[in-house]
Design a protein around this ligand. Structure first.
Ligand code: 2HG
Ligand code: ZN
Length: 483
Protein backbone atom coordinates (compact mmCIF):
# COMPACT_ATOMS: atom_id res chain seq x y z
CA UNK A 1 0.00 0.00 0.00
CA UNK A 2 1.26 3.44 -0.94
CA UNK A 3 1.86 6.01 1.80
CA UNK A 4 -0.44 9.00 1.95
CA UNK A 5 2.43 11.20 0.78
CA UNK A 6 2.98 9.02 -2.28
CA UNK A 7 -0.73 9.09 -3.13
CA UNK A 8 -0.84 12.85 -2.74
CA UNK A 9 2.22 13.28 -4.93
CA UNK A 10 0.96 11.02 -7.68
CA UNK A 11 -2.48 12.62 -7.78
CA UNK A 12 -1.04 16.13 -7.61
CA UNK A 13 1.03 15.26 -10.67
CA UNK A 14 -2.22 14.60 -12.52
CA UNK A 15 -4.51 17.41 -11.31
CA UNK A 16 -2.04 19.93 -9.83
CA UNK A 17 -1.58 20.53 -6.11
CA UNK A 18 -4.57 22.90 -5.94
CA UNK A 19 -6.78 19.99 -6.97
CA UNK A 20 -5.79 17.78 -4.02
CA UNK A 21 -6.67 18.01 -0.33
CA UNK A 22 -5.07 15.95 2.39
CA UNK A 23 -5.15 17.92 5.59
CA UNK A 24 -7.78 16.80 8.05
CA UNK A 25 -9.79 20.00 8.25
CA UNK A 26 -9.95 20.35 4.44
CA UNK A 27 -10.96 16.74 3.98
CA UNK A 28 -13.64 16.78 6.70
CA UNK A 29 -16.59 18.05 4.58
CA UNK A 30 -15.94 15.30 2.01
CA UNK A 31 -15.94 12.46 4.51
CA UNK A 32 -19.03 13.50 6.47
CA UNK A 33 -22.47 13.10 4.97
CA UNK A 34 -25.09 15.84 4.76
CA UNK A 35 -26.97 14.69 7.85
CA UNK A 36 -23.85 14.04 9.90
CA UNK A 37 -24.95 10.42 10.20
CA UNK A 38 -21.90 8.90 8.46
CA UNK A 39 -18.34 9.94 9.10
CA UNK A 40 -15.45 8.25 7.30
CA UNK A 41 -11.78 8.88 6.49
CA UNK A 42 -9.91 9.47 3.25
CA UNK A 43 -6.23 9.55 2.32
CA UNK A 44 -6.74 12.32 -0.20
CA UNK A 45 -9.59 14.22 -1.83
CA UNK A 46 -8.89 14.81 -5.51
CA UNK A 47 -10.82 17.32 -7.65
CA UNK A 48 -10.16 16.79 -11.36
CA UNK A 49 -11.33 19.34 -13.94
CA UNK A 50 -11.52 17.14 -17.04
CA UNK A 51 -12.58 13.64 -17.98
CA UNK A 52 -9.00 12.90 -19.02
CA UNK A 53 -7.84 13.76 -15.49
CA UNK A 54 -10.54 11.58 -13.93
CA UNK A 55 -9.42 8.75 -16.17
CA UNK A 56 -5.76 9.16 -15.14
CA UNK A 57 -6.63 9.41 -11.45
CA UNK A 58 -8.76 6.27 -11.65
CA UNK A 59 -6.14 4.36 -13.66
CA UNK A 60 -3.52 5.25 -11.05
CA UNK A 61 -5.72 4.23 -8.11
CA UNK A 62 -6.67 1.03 -9.91
CA UNK A 63 -3.05 0.16 -10.58
CA UNK A 64 -2.22 0.73 -6.90
CA UNK A 65 -5.26 -1.04 -5.44
CA UNK A 66 -6.69 2.10 -3.86
CA UNK A 67 -10.46 2.27 -3.23
CA UNK A 68 -12.21 5.24 -4.83
CA UNK A 69 -15.31 7.07 -3.65
CA UNK A 70 -16.91 9.25 -6.33
CA UNK A 71 -18.66 12.28 -4.90
CA UNK A 72 -21.03 14.92 -6.29
CA UNK A 73 -22.75 17.43 -4.03
CA UNK A 74 -22.62 15.02 -1.06
CA UNK A 75 -26.34 15.34 -0.36
CA UNK A 76 -27.03 11.58 -0.20
CA UNK A 77 -29.36 10.62 2.62
CA UNK A 78 -28.05 7.04 2.55
CA UNK A 79 -24.33 7.52 3.18
CA UNK A 80 -23.60 6.62 -0.44
CA UNK A 81 -21.04 9.33 -1.17
CA UNK A 82 -18.66 9.18 1.79
CA UNK A 83 -15.84 6.70 2.45
CA UNK A 84 -15.74 4.15 5.26
CA UNK A 85 -13.40 4.76 8.21
CA UNK A 86 -10.51 2.56 6.99
CA UNK A 87 -8.65 5.68 5.76
CA UNK A 88 -7.64 3.84 2.60
CA UNK A 89 -9.90 5.56 0.06
CA UNK A 90 -9.40 8.48 -2.25
CA UNK A 91 -12.50 10.66 -2.64
CA UNK A 92 -12.89 11.79 -6.26
CA UNK A 93 -14.97 14.95 -6.16
CA UNK A 94 -16.54 16.21 -9.38
CA UNK A 95 -17.10 19.69 -7.96
CA UNK A 96 -14.64 21.33 -10.37
CA UNK A 97 -16.27 19.85 -13.47
CA UNK A 98 -18.92 22.54 -13.74
CA UNK A 99 -19.11 23.32 -17.45
CA UNK A 100 -22.29 23.34 -19.46
CA UNK A 101 -20.78 22.12 -22.71
CA UNK A 102 -23.71 22.67 -25.09
CA UNK A 103 -27.37 23.52 -25.23
CA UNK A 104 -28.98 22.35 -28.46
CA UNK A 105 -32.45 23.88 -28.78
CA UNK A 106 -33.21 22.02 -32.01
CA UNK A 107 -32.39 18.61 -30.55
CA UNK A 108 -33.74 19.83 -27.20
CA UNK A 109 -30.74 18.53 -25.30
CA UNK A 110 -28.09 19.87 -22.98
CA UNK A 111 -24.59 18.42 -22.57
CA UNK A 112 -22.99 18.99 -19.18
CA UNK A 113 -20.04 17.95 -17.10
CA UNK A 114 -21.06 15.87 -14.11
CA UNK A 115 -20.25 18.52 -11.50
CA UNK A 116 -22.82 21.03 -12.79
CA UNK A 117 -25.31 21.60 -9.97
CA UNK A 118 -28.94 20.85 -10.66
CA UNK A 119 -29.84 24.52 -10.26
CA UNK A 120 -27.10 25.56 -12.71
CA UNK A 121 -28.43 23.02 -15.20
CA UNK A 122 -31.97 24.33 -14.76
CA UNK A 123 -30.77 27.91 -15.20
CA UNK A 124 -28.78 27.04 -18.33
CA UNK A 125 -31.96 25.52 -19.79
CA UNK A 126 -34.08 28.50 -18.72
CA UNK A 127 -31.65 30.91 -20.37
CA UNK A 128 -32.49 29.21 -23.65
CA UNK A 129 -36.24 29.13 -22.89
CA UNK A 130 -36.28 25.45 -22.09
CA UNK A 131 -37.04 23.41 -18.99
CA UNK A 132 -34.83 20.81 -17.40
CA UNK A 133 -37.55 19.31 -15.24
CA UNK A 134 -35.84 17.48 -12.37
CA UNK A 135 -36.84 19.27 -9.16
CA UNK A 136 -35.47 18.41 -5.72
CA UNK A 137 -34.92 20.48 -2.59
CA UNK A 138 -31.12 20.19 -2.70
CA UNK A 139 -30.85 21.60 -6.24
CA UNK A 140 -28.35 24.29 -5.29
CA UNK A 141 -25.85 21.70 -4.02
CA UNK A 142 -26.56 18.35 -5.65
CA UNK A 143 -24.87 17.69 -8.97
CA UNK A 144 -26.01 16.10 -12.22
CA UNK A 145 -23.52 13.23 -11.83
CA UNK A 146 -24.93 12.42 -8.39
CA UNK A 147 -28.51 12.87 -9.63
CA UNK A 148 -27.76 10.28 -12.31
CA UNK A 149 -25.84 7.94 -10.05
CA UNK A 150 -28.75 7.84 -7.62
CA UNK A 151 -31.48 8.06 -10.27
CA UNK A 152 -32.85 11.08 -8.41
CA UNK A 153 -36.60 11.66 -8.42
CA UNK A 154 -38.26 14.56 -6.58
CA UNK A 155 -41.46 16.49 -7.07
CA UNK A 156 -41.91 16.48 -10.86
CA UNK A 157 -41.47 12.75 -11.58
CA UNK A 158 -45.20 12.33 -12.01
CA UNK A 159 -45.01 14.44 -15.15
CA UNK A 160 -41.47 14.09 -16.43
CA UNK A 161 -40.00 10.91 -14.95
CA UNK A 162 -36.87 10.45 -12.86
CA UNK A 163 -33.26 10.98 -13.91
CA UNK A 164 -33.28 7.66 -15.75
CA UNK A 165 -35.94 9.06 -18.07
CA UNK A 166 -34.16 12.34 -18.61
CA UNK A 167 -30.81 11.10 -19.87
CA UNK A 168 -29.91 10.44 -23.50
CA UNK A 169 -26.18 9.93 -23.27
CA UNK A 170 -23.43 9.43 -20.73
CA UNK A 171 -19.70 9.61 -20.38
CA UNK A 172 -18.29 7.32 -17.71
CA UNK A 173 -14.81 6.54 -16.45
CA UNK A 174 -14.70 2.80 -15.77
CA UNK A 175 -13.01 1.38 -12.65
CA UNK A 176 -9.80 0.67 -14.60
CA UNK A 177 -9.64 4.18 -16.08
CA UNK A 178 -11.06 3.48 -19.55
CA UNK A 179 -13.56 6.04 -20.83
CA UNK A 180 -16.96 4.91 -22.08
CA UNK A 181 -18.45 7.75 -24.07
CA UNK A 182 -21.88 8.03 -25.65
CA UNK A 183 -22.59 11.76 -25.53
CA UNK A 184 -24.73 11.57 -28.64
CA UNK A 185 -28.14 12.86 -27.63
CA UNK A 186 -30.06 10.24 -29.60
CA UNK A 187 -33.69 9.45 -28.86
CA UNK A 188 -33.43 6.28 -30.85
CA UNK A 189 -30.44 3.97 -30.75
CA UNK A 190 -31.33 0.31 -30.92
CA UNK A 191 -27.86 -1.16 -31.07
CA UNK A 192 -27.93 -3.62 -28.23
CA UNK A 193 -27.65 -3.27 -24.46
CA UNK A 194 -28.39 0.21 -23.21
CA UNK A 195 -25.12 0.47 -21.31
CA UNK A 196 -25.67 4.00 -20.03
CA UNK A 197 -28.65 2.85 -17.97
CA UNK A 198 -26.35 0.48 -16.04
CA UNK A 199 -24.65 3.47 -14.49
CA UNK A 200 -27.85 5.31 -13.63
CA UNK A 201 -28.73 4.32 -10.08
CA UNK A 202 -25.47 2.38 -9.67
CA UNK A 203 -24.36 4.82 -6.96
CA UNK A 204 -20.86 5.04 -8.35
CA UNK A 205 -20.17 1.33 -7.87
CA UNK A 206 -19.55 0.66 -11.57
CA UNK A 207 -17.68 3.78 -12.62
CA UNK A 208 -17.69 7.55 -12.39
CA UNK A 209 -20.14 9.52 -14.49
CA UNK A 210 -18.22 12.51 -15.89
CA UNK A 211 -20.66 13.93 -18.43
CA UNK A 212 -24.21 13.59 -19.67
CA UNK A 213 -26.61 14.58 -22.41
CA UNK A 214 -29.94 15.51 -20.84
CA UNK A 215 -33.38 15.99 -22.34
CA UNK A 216 -34.91 19.45 -22.38
CA UNK A 217 -38.64 20.19 -22.39
CA UNK A 218 -40.74 23.16 -23.45
CA UNK A 219 -41.23 25.66 -20.62
CA UNK A 220 -44.79 25.67 -19.31
CA UNK A 221 -46.64 28.91 -20.08
CA UNK A 222 -48.91 28.70 -17.07
CA UNK A 223 -48.81 27.22 -13.59
CA UNK A 224 -51.55 26.89 -10.97
CA UNK A 225 -50.73 25.74 -7.47
CA UNK A 226 -53.10 24.78 -4.67
CA UNK A 227 -52.66 23.81 -1.03
CA UNK A 228 -55.58 21.63 -0.09
CA UNK A 229 -56.79 19.89 3.06
CA UNK A 230 -58.07 16.34 2.64
CA UNK A 231 -59.66 14.10 5.28
CA UNK A 232 -57.23 11.20 4.80
CA UNK A 233 -54.67 9.72 2.38
CA UNK A 234 -57.42 7.66 0.68
CA UNK A 235 -59.18 10.91 -0.26
CA UNK A 236 -55.89 12.32 -1.54
CA UNK A 237 -55.51 9.32 -3.85
CA UNK A 238 -59.07 9.76 -5.14
CA UNK A 239 -58.39 13.44 -5.75
CA UNK A 240 -55.21 12.56 -7.62
CA UNK A 241 -57.15 10.20 -9.81
CA UNK A 242 -59.75 12.86 -10.50
CA UNK A 243 -57.03 15.40 -11.28
CA UNK A 244 -55.55 13.10 -13.88
CA UNK A 245 -58.93 12.36 -15.41
CA UNK A 246 -59.67 16.09 -15.62
CA UNK A 247 -56.35 17.51 -16.69
CA UNK A 248 -54.14 14.53 -17.62
CA UNK A 249 -50.59 15.58 -18.33
CA UNK A 250 -51.08 18.96 -16.67
CA UNK A 251 -50.76 17.34 -13.22
CA UNK A 252 -47.09 18.07 -12.58
CA UNK A 253 -46.91 17.53 -8.82
CA UNK A 254 -49.14 15.95 -6.23
CA UNK A 255 -47.52 16.00 -2.81
CA UNK A 256 -48.99 14.66 0.41
CA UNK A 257 -48.15 16.44 3.69
CA UNK A 258 -49.19 15.26 7.17
CA UNK A 259 -49.91 17.68 10.01
CA UNK A 260 -46.73 16.77 11.97
CA UNK A 261 -44.67 17.48 8.82
CA UNK A 262 -46.31 20.90 8.42
CA UNK A 263 -45.91 21.69 12.14
CA UNK A 264 -42.24 20.90 11.97
CA UNK A 265 -41.68 23.25 9.04
CA UNK A 266 -43.69 26.10 10.56
CA UNK A 267 -41.70 25.74 13.76
CA UNK A 268 -38.44 25.60 11.89
CA UNK A 269 -39.14 28.62 9.67
CA UNK A 270 -40.70 30.69 12.45
CA UNK A 271 -42.24 33.52 10.44
CA UNK A 272 -44.13 31.39 7.92
CA UNK A 273 -47.82 30.51 8.37
CA UNK A 274 -49.90 27.70 7.00
CA UNK A 275 -51.73 28.65 3.78
CA UNK A 276 -54.90 27.27 5.43
CA UNK A 277 -56.75 28.83 8.38
CA UNK A 278 -57.75 25.60 10.05
CA UNK A 279 -55.64 22.75 11.31
CA UNK A 280 -55.96 19.54 9.30
CA UNK A 281 -54.41 16.10 9.59
CA UNK A 282 -53.61 15.78 5.89
CA UNK A 283 -52.89 18.20 3.08
CA UNK A 284 -51.82 18.01 -0.55
CA UNK A 285 -49.90 20.42 -2.69
CA UNK A 286 -51.14 20.23 -6.27
CA UNK A 287 -49.43 21.82 -9.22
CA UNK A 288 -50.86 21.96 -12.72
CA UNK A 289 -48.75 23.30 -15.56
CA UNK A 290 -49.44 23.64 -19.26
CA UNK A 291 -48.44 25.27 -22.49
CA UNK A 292 -51.87 26.90 -22.64
CA UNK A 293 -53.18 30.13 -21.10
CA UNK A 294 -53.50 30.52 -17.32
CA UNK A 295 -57.28 30.89 -17.42
CA UNK A 296 -57.82 27.42 -18.80
CA UNK A 297 -55.61 25.88 -16.12
CA UNK A 298 -57.29 27.92 -13.37
CA UNK A 299 -60.65 26.57 -14.50
CA UNK A 300 -59.30 23.00 -14.34
CA UNK A 301 -58.06 23.55 -10.79
CA UNK A 302 -61.36 25.10 -9.71
CA UNK A 303 -63.32 22.26 -11.24
CA UNK A 304 -61.09 19.75 -9.51
CA UNK A 305 -61.53 21.39 -6.12
CA UNK A 306 -65.30 21.67 -6.58
CA UNK A 307 -65.58 18.00 -7.46
CA UNK A 308 -63.34 17.20 -4.50
CA UNK A 309 -65.64 19.17 -2.16
CA UNK A 310 -68.72 17.49 -3.59
CA UNK A 311 -67.28 14.02 -2.98
CA UNK A 312 -65.90 14.94 0.43
CA UNK A 313 -62.28 14.40 -0.68
CA UNK A 314 -61.45 18.06 -0.08
CA UNK A 315 -62.30 19.93 3.12
CA UNK A 316 -60.50 23.22 2.57
CA UNK A 317 -58.10 24.75 0.10
CA UNK A 318 -56.11 27.75 -1.03
CA UNK A 319 -55.21 28.43 -4.63
CA UNK A 320 -52.10 30.56 -5.11
CA UNK A 321 -53.18 34.03 -6.19
CA UNK A 322 -49.65 35.16 -7.02
CA UNK A 323 -46.23 33.81 -7.81
CA UNK A 324 -45.26 34.53 -4.20
CA UNK A 325 -48.13 32.38 -2.88
CA UNK A 326 -47.07 29.48 -5.06
CA UNK A 327 -43.48 29.89 -3.92
CA UNK A 328 -44.61 29.84 -0.30
CA UNK A 329 -46.54 26.58 -0.81
CA UNK A 330 -43.45 25.04 -2.35
CA UNK A 331 -41.17 26.43 0.31
CA UNK A 332 -43.25 24.72 2.98
CA UNK A 333 -43.03 21.43 1.10
CA UNK A 334 -39.34 21.65 0.34
CA UNK A 335 -38.29 22.58 3.86
CA UNK A 336 -39.69 19.38 5.41
CA UNK A 337 -36.47 17.46 4.95
CA UNK A 338 -34.28 20.20 6.42
CA UNK A 339 -36.70 20.80 9.28
CA UNK A 340 -36.27 17.13 10.22
CA UNK A 341 -32.52 17.51 10.10
CA UNK A 342 -32.67 20.43 12.54
CA UNK A 343 -35.12 18.64 14.83
CA UNK A 344 -32.83 15.57 14.95
CA UNK A 345 -33.97 12.03 15.64
CA UNK A 346 -35.75 11.29 12.36
CA UNK A 347 -36.02 7.73 11.02
CA UNK A 348 -35.91 7.82 7.23
CA UNK A 349 -38.02 5.36 5.30
CA UNK A 350 -38.32 6.16 1.60
CA UNK A 351 -40.71 3.54 0.33
CA UNK A 352 -42.91 3.12 -2.70
CA UNK A 353 -46.02 1.04 -3.25
CA UNK A 354 -48.54 0.93 -6.10
CA UNK A 355 -50.64 4.11 -5.86
CA UNK A 356 -53.73 2.00 -5.27
CA UNK A 357 -52.16 0.73 -2.02
CA UNK A 358 -50.78 3.96 -0.59
CA UNK A 359 -53.68 4.64 1.75
CA UNK A 360 -53.70 1.19 3.31
CA UNK A 361 -49.92 1.25 3.63
CA UNK A 362 -49.96 4.59 5.50
CA UNK A 363 -52.78 3.44 7.74
CA UNK A 364 -51.14 0.15 8.69
CA UNK A 365 -47.63 1.53 9.05
CA UNK A 366 -48.80 4.45 11.20
CA UNK A 367 -50.79 2.18 13.51
CA UNK A 368 -47.99 -0.35 13.91
CA UNK A 369 -45.24 2.22 14.41
CA UNK A 370 -47.29 4.15 16.94
CA UNK A 371 -48.06 1.00 18.85
CA UNK A 372 -44.31 0.76 19.49
CA UNK A 373 -44.01 4.30 20.83
CA UNK A 374 -47.21 6.39 20.79
CA UNK A 375 -45.39 9.69 21.27
CA UNK A 376 -43.48 9.45 17.99
CA UNK A 377 -44.47 12.25 15.62
CA UNK A 378 -45.65 10.79 12.34
CA UNK A 379 -43.84 12.92 9.80
CA UNK A 380 -45.34 11.33 6.70
CA UNK A 381 -45.23 13.03 3.32
CA UNK A 382 -44.12 12.47 -0.21
CA UNK A 383 -44.79 12.14 -3.86
CA UNK A 384 -48.00 10.16 -3.84
CA UNK A 385 -48.41 10.67 -7.56
CA UNK A 386 -45.43 8.30 -7.83
CA UNK A 387 -46.55 5.98 -5.02
CA UNK A 388 -43.60 7.30 -3.01
CA UNK A 389 -44.04 7.95 0.71
CA UNK A 390 -41.39 9.46 2.97
CA UNK A 391 -42.44 7.71 6.14
CA UNK A 392 -40.18 9.38 8.68
CA UNK A 393 -41.23 8.93 12.32
CA UNK A 394 -39.68 11.63 14.48
CA UNK A 395 -38.56 11.35 18.09
CA UNK A 396 -41.06 12.35 20.81
CA UNK A 397 -40.52 16.00 21.77
CA UNK A 398 -38.85 15.15 25.07
CA UNK A 399 -36.61 12.31 23.88
CA UNK A 400 -32.92 12.61 23.10
CA UNK A 401 -32.27 12.19 19.35
CA UNK A 402 -29.36 9.78 19.74
CA UNK A 403 -31.12 7.55 22.24
CA UNK A 404 -34.25 7.55 20.12
CA UNK A 405 -32.37 6.51 16.98
CA UNK A 406 -30.35 3.85 18.80
CA UNK A 407 -33.52 2.34 20.22
CA UNK A 408 -35.94 2.67 17.29
CA UNK A 409 -34.13 3.09 13.97
CA UNK A 410 -33.82 -0.57 13.14
CA UNK A 411 -37.15 -1.91 14.43
CA UNK A 412 -39.10 0.93 12.82
CA UNK A 413 -37.26 0.70 9.48
CA UNK A 414 -37.66 -3.08 9.38
CA UNK A 415 -41.34 -2.82 10.17
CA UNK A 416 -41.99 -0.14 7.54
CA UNK A 417 -39.89 -1.93 4.90
CA UNK A 418 -41.70 -5.22 5.58
CA UNK A 419 -45.07 -3.53 5.19
CA UNK A 420 -44.03 -1.84 1.93
CA UNK A 421 -42.67 -5.14 0.63
CA UNK A 422 -45.92 -6.88 1.58
CA UNK A 423 -47.80 -4.30 -0.53
CA UNK A 424 -45.59 -5.15 -3.53
CA UNK A 425 -43.49 -2.07 -2.85
CA UNK A 426 -39.85 -1.05 -2.69
CA UNK A 427 -37.72 -0.21 0.36
CA UNK A 428 -36.07 2.62 -1.54
CA UNK A 429 -38.15 4.66 -3.94
CA UNK A 430 -35.76 7.48 -4.77
CA UNK A 431 -32.97 7.84 -2.21
CA UNK A 432 -31.01 4.76 -3.22
CA UNK A 433 -29.31 2.23 -0.98
CA UNK A 434 -25.85 3.55 -0.05
CA UNK A 435 -24.73 2.06 3.24
CA UNK A 436 -27.96 2.76 5.09
CA UNK A 437 -30.08 0.15 3.28
CA UNK A 438 -27.29 -2.06 1.92
CA UNK A 439 -27.78 -4.98 4.22
CA UNK A 440 -31.56 -4.73 4.37
CA UNK A 441 -31.66 -5.12 0.60
CA UNK A 442 -30.78 -8.78 0.96
CA UNK A 443 -34.13 -9.47 2.57
CA UNK A 444 -36.16 -7.90 -0.21
CA UNK A 445 -34.46 -8.68 -3.52
CA UNK A 446 -34.64 -12.13 -5.05
CA UNK A 447 -31.36 -14.10 -4.88
CA UNK A 448 -31.24 -14.12 -8.67
CA UNK A 449 -31.40 -10.31 -8.70
CA UNK A 450 -28.56 -10.06 -6.20
CA UNK A 451 -26.53 -12.66 -8.13
CA UNK A 452 -26.89 -10.58 -11.28
CA UNK A 453 -26.02 -7.36 -9.48
CA UNK A 454 -22.83 -8.89 -8.10
CA UNK A 455 -21.99 -10.45 -11.49
CA UNK A 456 -22.29 -7.05 -13.17
CA UNK A 457 -20.22 -5.48 -10.41
CA UNK A 458 -17.47 -8.08 -10.82
CA UNK A 459 -17.49 -7.80 -14.60
CA UNK A 460 -16.84 -4.07 -14.41
CA UNK A 461 -14.92 -3.80 -11.16
CA UNK A 462 -13.28 -7.15 -10.41
CA UNK A 463 -11.04 -5.63 -7.75
CA UNK A 464 -13.98 -4.01 -5.95
CA UNK A 465 -12.32 -0.61 -5.84
CA UNK A 466 -15.16 1.62 -7.05
CA UNK A 467 -17.27 2.89 -4.14
CA UNK A 468 -16.77 -0.37 -2.24
CA UNK A 469 -19.20 -1.26 0.51
CA UNK A 470 -22.08 0.65 -1.07
CA UNK A 471 -25.31 -0.66 -2.53
CA UNK A 472 -24.46 -4.38 -2.82
CA UNK A 473 -25.32 -6.45 0.27
CA UNK A 474 -22.06 -7.89 1.59
CA UNK A 475 -23.54 -11.11 2.92
CA UNK A 476 -25.28 -12.21 -0.21
CA UNK A 477 -22.11 -12.78 -2.10
CA UNK A 478 -18.93 -11.32 -0.73
CA UNK A 479 -16.73 -9.88 -3.44
CA UNK A 480 -13.74 -12.08 -4.36
CA UNK A 481 -10.41 -11.27 -2.80
CA UNK A 482 -8.24 -8.78 -4.61
CA UNK A 483 -7.06 -10.23 -7.93
C1 2HG B 1 -38.05 15.16 -0.28
O1 2HG B 1 -38.96 14.68 -0.96
C2 2HG B 1 -36.71 14.48 -0.30
O2 2HG B 1 -38.17 16.20 0.36
C3 2HG B 1 -36.12 14.25 1.08
O3 2HG B 1 -36.77 13.29 -1.02
C4 2HG B 1 -36.94 13.34 1.92
O4 2HG B 1 -35.61 13.87 3.85
C5 2HG B 1 -36.38 13.07 3.32
O5 2HG B 1 -36.73 12.02 3.86
ZN1 ZN C 1 -38.63 12.94 -1.99
Amino acid sequence: METQTAVLEALSDIVGSAGCLANEADVEPFVTDYRGAYRGKAQVVVMPTTTAQVSQVVAWCHAHGIPMVPQGGNTSLMGGAVPDDSATAVVISLRKMTRVLAVDTINDTMTVQAGVTLSAARTAAENRKRLFPLRIGSEGTCQIGGNLSTNAGGTAVLRYGSMRDLVLGLEVVLPDGRILSSLKGLRKDNTGYDLKQLFVGAEGTLGIITGAVLKLMPQPRSTVTAFVAVPCPASAVKLLNEARMLSGEAVTAFELISAPALDLVLNHLGSVQSPLQGRYDWMVLIELTAGTEEEHLNNSMMELLERGLEHGWVVDGAVAASLADGQLFWRIREEISDAQRYAGGSIKCDISVPISRIAQFIEKASAEVQSLEPAMRMVVYGHIGDGNVHFNPLRPVDQDAREFLARWSKPVSDLVDDLAHAENGSISAEHGIGVAKRDSLEGYKAPVELDLMWQIKRALDPRNLMNPGKLLPLNHRAPPADQ
